[in-house]
Structures are given as structure tokens and as C-alpha cells.
Design a protein around this ligand. Structure first.
Ligand code: G4P
Length: 523
């Protein structure tokens, strides 16, 4: 099982503009996966141009789809899962974060912890996902390193360990000093980027530093680094892996400072595949049988084919092409003849994959988000919830003869986990539920572009929904009979109560103590 031990499956979390795209590019570049910086964006743009609905992405400058990039370096296989950064897609992002073993948190040195970083961090904390912090853009004027470290520690309630230190920032920037390896990386040439000028020193008191840095910067570096090393916890790998401590690297993604140190840190400290929560018991990566779960489904990657790709995270066993896996709970075994591994260059046909790897499985709608796939169909992975929608809308067809296409389209998108669809007990118009406003725009554009269905959205008299259940079926029936006008079924036929407000949910819940109102539903 050495292959599993050599896997690092991770994501980058950040607030928009902190530098996630730039860092992704540079990580891939260092890993030798792409040859030209800028390709992540360029390839992305080319891919986007193929699908009409994705115009929204371009217009709004956000990334709606998430992809998987794999690269290798020094015998380690890195699987980088891209998380959509926009807050409207927190549900999708949440699911992606269930498929990683660790994360890099990118922070803009001038801005510190921002709203979206914090939200994503909380998701990581829920699952004790270990975090390495990268303070980006030290080539620009930023806040004091101490101030940033204290903010991370206070706001996120984490221990912090500075692993490197910037020698000045912005106009005074003269390099980044690696406190563990005692190496100083310095800018060269007009671009003031890192082009390999690295000095190895015996320590901060090495007199060679006097020829490398200006007197002011050297004095500042020595003083600050000494204070930092005395003032913050020493690096403790167990505490990091437990999610209690974050090592902090300073650097500049754009100028390539600190990127290698970051890769080394992931290789050395980030955990290989971790046991995954499942029933009847967590699945260890060392288990022989192949198991995995689908954390994302993407339909219509190519508009000319109605295929979809289910992204499966492999949790145990050695996957081989052609293998038969059974989706737990529904369906018969599926033979996986053309699995896809997501190398950065192109989609590659996979012959073998190991725990921690992500496999794309082309299918015609049999596989859904949250599905467990396994050889023996004897486990079920847990913790991939559906979230109660915060916006509900009625879908109104402009051409009433297109009912069938509309249902198909809404079912497809529900399957992707992008929107939820509800079938009201009374009335013909379907109701869709989303977690964020932007998803509504995506929905309408996709209906037109991919399904040729012209539709509009109407306010529904409801704002939120809860899955209802009760230990005693009589009590549930009592409740649903009285509230028939507010009842609907979700895609799987589960009863859903649609409410005018969160307040109403609370009010009704109090009156029906025997009924459970759930804001999430695990598939
Ligand atoms: P995101 O994916 O997190 O949203 O951020 P992205 O990488 O797109 O970076 C946001 C902006 O910050 C970009 O500038 C990018 O060039 C810049 N940036 C990223 N890393 C660094 C860094 O280390 N130093 C400096 N000085 N800038 C950095 P832009 O002008 O918005 O876009 P572009 O035209 O440069 O692509």
C-alpha cells in the first residue's frame, strides 16, 4: 500500500482574489504538470467557451465548476481539488472538501482573514482537515507579519507556527527566509521574481547574510524572526494533523516565492489518505476492497454528448480499469471501463488508481452525489449532506409542451447537486430550491443552452424547506394532512415541508414536537 502513502489529496481555500488561481498555476508548474504559467486560466477559458451557460462564469469572473489536477514530484502524487470560490456555491465546495485529506489556506497579506476564508475554514474544522497557511503577496505592501499571525490565531482559534519569514514587504522586500531549512530566497532581475537565487546558511546569525541583505532588512529580519520563534509554538506535526495547529509560510505566488516550500510541506507533513467516516465503521485506506464515494457530478461537460462525469474519491483498495463496483442502496454493479484520471494536461485514461485518487466515471445518470461505490456493497460513506435551500422559486414554462424536458433538466441538475427540485403535493409547477442567488441564473441559462427549454422563475410563497420525519408514521401523516398546501416531495420521494420563513419553521416545530424538521439530509 505504498501508493496510498504517497498520495496527498488537498484543496486550496481562500477568499476571491487572494491568489488561489495564481498559486494553483505555480504549484502545477513546480510539479512539472504544465509548462507555461497562465495556462490554468487559458485552458479554463478554452474549456468554458465550449459551453454556453458557462458564459456566466466569464461575465462574473467566478469559477462555477470544480476540477481535479494531478501532478507528481519526488515520488509523491498530488491530487489538487479545485473548490469553487464564490460564496453561492458553498454547498458544492463543502462536498469537495469532504474528499480531501488536507487544505492550503491562502491569505492576502494586506487583507488577512476574509469572510469566505473563514467560512471555508469552518467547514474544514468540522472534519478536522489539517491546514497549511500561505500568506500571499509579500512582494506588495502588506500588514505586519505578527499582526497576521495573531489574527489567524485569534480568529480561527488555532496555534500558529511561522515556518518562514519575509525580509521586508512591498518596496522593501528582499526575500523570504525559510526558518526550518535556513535558506534565503531572493528576487532577481527586473521582474523581481524568484529565479532560483537561493543561499543556504547556518542560521540567522550567519555572517554571509550581511552580504545578501541590506543592513536595515537584516537587522529587522533577525529581530523579528527571533521574536517569532520565541513567541509562537514550535511546529508539532501531530497537532497540525489533528487540525489544532497551522504552519504558516510567507511568500508570493505571483513571484514564485515560497511555492516550493509549500509543496515540500505538503509532501512531508500533510497526511496521506485518512480513514473516511462510513457505516458500519470508518473505512481505513489499507482495506483491500475498493471503496469510494461520489462527491460531485458534472453533466454536459461536452454539450454534444449527454454524458456526465461522476467524480469519485477512492478511499480504499487498488482500482483497476474494467472493475465492477456497486452503488450502495440502488442499482446493480457497474463495470467501469473508461475511468478518467485528471492530469493537468488532459484527461487521461486510468488503468489503476489508489486511495486518495479521484476518478472520473462517465455515466448516464446512474451515479449521484453522495453515492458509495464498492466491490462488496457492504459500506456506506456518511457526511455528504444536502442542505436546506434558502431560496425557493416556482419554475414556469414559456412553452407548456416542454414539461418532459423541464423535468429531465431539473432532475439532471438536482443530481449534480447544484439545485434541488421539489414536487408540490398540490399544483403543477415544480419548485426549485437553491442555496445562493447565483444558482438561479445558472439554472435558467443552462435550461436554455443545454435543454432548449425557455422558462422563467416566479416567487414561491415559500422561502425555505425542511425534510420532515417522525418516529410514528401516524404523527407524520397527521402533520402532512394538515399542511398539505406546504408539502412537497424531493427527488427521492422524501416529504419536505416548505415554509414562509425560518421563523415559521421554528413556530411549526414547536407545535409538532413529534415531527423532526431537518435542515440537512444525508443521502
Ligand atoms: P483568486 O484565484 O484567489 O481569485 O486570485 P488570483 O490568483 O486570480 O489573483 C488575484 C489577483 O492577485 C491577480 O491580479 C493576481 O495577479 C494577483 N496576485 C496573485 N498573487 C500575487 C502575488 O503574490 N503578488 C502580487 N503582487 N499579486 C498577486 P489581477 O490584476 O486581478 O489579475 P491578473 O490580470 O494579474 O491576472
Amino acid at each position: 500500500m505504498t501508493e496510498a502513502l504517497d498520495r496527498r489529496t488537498f484543496a486550496i481555500i481562500s477568499h476571491p482574489d487572494a491568489g488561489k488561481t495564481t498559486l494553483t498555476e505555480k504549484l502545477l508548474l513546480s510539479g512539472g504538470a504544465i509548462h507555461l504559467a497562465g495556462e490554468v486560466k487559458a485552458r479554463g477559458a478554452a474549456r468554458r467557451a465550449r459551453s454556453d451557460w458557462m458564459k456566466i462564469e466569464q461575465q462574473r469572473g467566478i469559477s462555477v465548476t470544480s476540477s481535479v489536477m494531478t501532478f507528481e514530484r519526488d515520488g509523491i502524487t498530488f491530487n489538487l481539488l479545485d473548490t469553487p470560490g464564490h460564496e453561492d456555491f458553498s454547498e458544492d465546495t463543502y462536498r469537495t472538501l469532504t474528499a480531501v485529506d488536507s487544505a492550503i489556506m491562502v491569505i492576502d497579506a494586506a487583507r488577512g482573514i476574509e469572510a469566505q476564508t473563514r467560512k471555508l475554514f469552518e467547514v474544514c474544522r468540522l472534519r478536522s482537515v489539517p491546514i497549511i497557511t500561505f500568506v500571499n503577496k509579500v512582494d506588495r505592501e502588506g500588514r505586519e507579519p505578527f499582526e497576521l499571525l495573531d489574527e489567524i490565531a485569534d480568529v480561527l482559534a488555532l496555534d500558529v507556527t511561522p515556518m518562514s519569514w519575509p525580509a521586508g514587504m512591498g518596496g522593501q522586500f528582499e526575500g523570504v527566509y525559510n526558518l526550518a531549512s535556513n535558506e534565503l530566497d531572493q528576487p532577481t532581475g527586473d521582474s523581481r521574481a524568484f529565479e532560483g537565487k537561493r543561499a543556504t546558511l547556518t542560521g540567522l546569525d550567519d555572517s554571509a547574510l550581511e552580504t545578501l541583505l541590506s543592513a536595515d532588512r537584516l537587522e529587522q529580519l533577525r529581530e523579528e524572526a527571533e521574536l517569532a520563534q520565541a513567541g509562537y509554538a514550535a511546529f508539532d506535526e501531530a497537532a497540525y494533523r489533528h487540525g489544532d495547529l497551522t504552519p504558516v509560510y510567507f511568500g508570493s505566488a505571483l513571484k514564485q516565492f515560497g511555492v516550493e516550500a509549500l509543496i515540500d510541506a505538503i509532501a512531508r507533513h500533510a497526511p496521506p489518505p485518512r480513514p473516511q467516516p462510513a457505516e458500519p465503521a470508518p473505512v481505513e485506506p489499507t482495506r483491500d476492497e475498493v471503496t469510494g464515494f461520489v462527491f460531485k457530478v458534472q453533466a454536459n461537460m461536452d454539450p454534444n454528448h449527454r454524458d456526465r462525469i461522476a467524480f469519485m474519491r477512492l478511499c480504499s483498495g487498488t482500482f483497476k480499469r474494467g472493475m465492477k463496483l456497486t452503488p450502495t442502496g440502488h442499482g446493480k454493479p457497474v463495470a467501469i471501463h473508461s475511468p478518467i484520471l485528471f492530469f493537468a494536461q488532459e484527461r487521461e485514461l486510468a488503468d489503476e488508481a489508489f486511495p486518495g485518487d479521484i476518478i472520473g466515471i462517465p455515466n448516464h445518470g446512474t451515479l449521484r452525489v453522495g453515492d458509495t461505490l464498492s466491490e462488496k456493497a457492504d459500506v456506506r460513506f456518511t457526511g455528504l449532506p444536502n442542505f436546506a435551500p434558502e431560496i425557493l422559486r416556482r419554475v414556469v414554462l414559456k412553452d407548456p409542451t416542454k414539461t418532459k424536458q423541464l423535468r429531465k433538466a431539473l432532475d439532471d441538475m438536482a443530481e449534480e447537486g447544484v439545485t434541488q427540485v421539489f414536487y408540490p403535493e398540490i399544483g403543477a409547477n415544480l419548485v426549485i430550491g437553491v442555496v445562493g442567488q447565483l444558482q438561479l441564473d445558472v439554472l435558467i441559462s443552462r435550461l436554455e443552452a443545454e435543454y432548449k427549454v425557455a422558462a422563467g422563475l416566479e416567487m414561491a410563497p415559500f422561502e425555505t424547506a425542511r425534510w420532515v420525519s417522525a418516529g410514528d408514521p401516524k404523527k407524520l401523516k397527521e402533520f402532512t394532512d394538515i399542511n398539505r398546501t406546504a408539502m412537497a416531495k424531493d427527488r427521492d420521494g422524501n416529504p419536505v415541508f416548505m415554509a414562509k420563513s425560518a421563523w415559521e419553521v421554528g413556530y411549526v416545530a414547536e407545535r409538532y414536537p413529534d415531527v423532526t424538521f431537518a435542515a440537512t439530509r444525508e443521502r
